[in-house]
Design a protein around this ligand. Structure first.
Ligand SMILES: [Zn+2]
Ligand SMILES: [Zn+2]
Length: 204
């Protein structure tokens, strides 16, 4: 089925019976699921597998979303494909909290917003065709996965390799601060890990 109606579920049975549970598996083509480095193909279905539970006057939805994706390798620009899986968690209630829970639509819930959000979080921002992709030569443009081009590489400043690690796929909101600051700390010592002797003694 196409469009959001495919992801609308009736939940009258749950609302009438607190504690009631139900499992559902649904598929829909949502379209327009795209981040910087990858996207769900326009005609590809997104699959949702969820567990619904009535808690008080709310319906709690937990589960996972899965979809195929395609993109461009960040090093060699070749095509990359994969399949994403991401967790889903949403609460539906009559009087939703803005930005935190979703409204009950009469006796129905619409799973499309949470499905979209989860897919977008699961799409890779800077995919690689394989972990050791050699990429394009910055001098002559040769795909070094196919042919070694023989261009000198010794003039590449090794400090840039720290930047290579700092690509977008590391910059997930959860660990943004940690990874950025720890890499900064590493770079400031020229890439070496300096272990400071811990000599402070507790006195008193
Ligand atoms: Zn590649
Ligand atoms: Zn080259």
């Amino acid at each position: 089925m196409r469009g959001s109606r495919a992801l609308t579920l009736g939940v009258a049975d749950l609302l009438r019976n607190p504690g009631q549970r139900r499992d559902e598996a649904l598929e829909a083509v949502l379209g327009d699921l795209r981040v910087l480095g990858s996207e769900v193909p326009a005609d590809a279905p997104v699959r949702l597998e969820v567990h619904l539970e009535a808690v008080g006057e709310a319906v709690v939805v937990r589960g996972s979303v899965a979809a195929p994706w395609g993109g461009e390798c960040r090093r060699c620009l070749g095509p990359v494909r994969g399949r994403l899986a991401a967790p889903v968690l949403e609460i539906y209630e009559t009087h939703p909290t803005d930005g935190e829970t979703q409204p009950l639509l009469g006796d129905c819930i619409d799973l499309e917003p949470v499905a979209r959000e989860s897919v977008l979080l699961g799409l890779p921002l800077a995919p690689l065709c394989r972990d050791d992709c050699a990429g394009l030569c910055p001098r002559c443009g040769t795909d070094r996965n196919q042919t070694p081009c023989g261009c000198p590489t010794e003039d590449v400043d090794p400090r840039w390799s720290a930047l290579d690690d700092l690509r977008l796929d590391d910059l997930r909101p959860d660990d943004l601060d940690d990874s950025a600051s720890s890499r900064r700390a590493t770079r400031s010592f020229g890439g070496e890990r300096h272990l400071l002797p811990f000599t402070a003694e507790r006195t008193g």
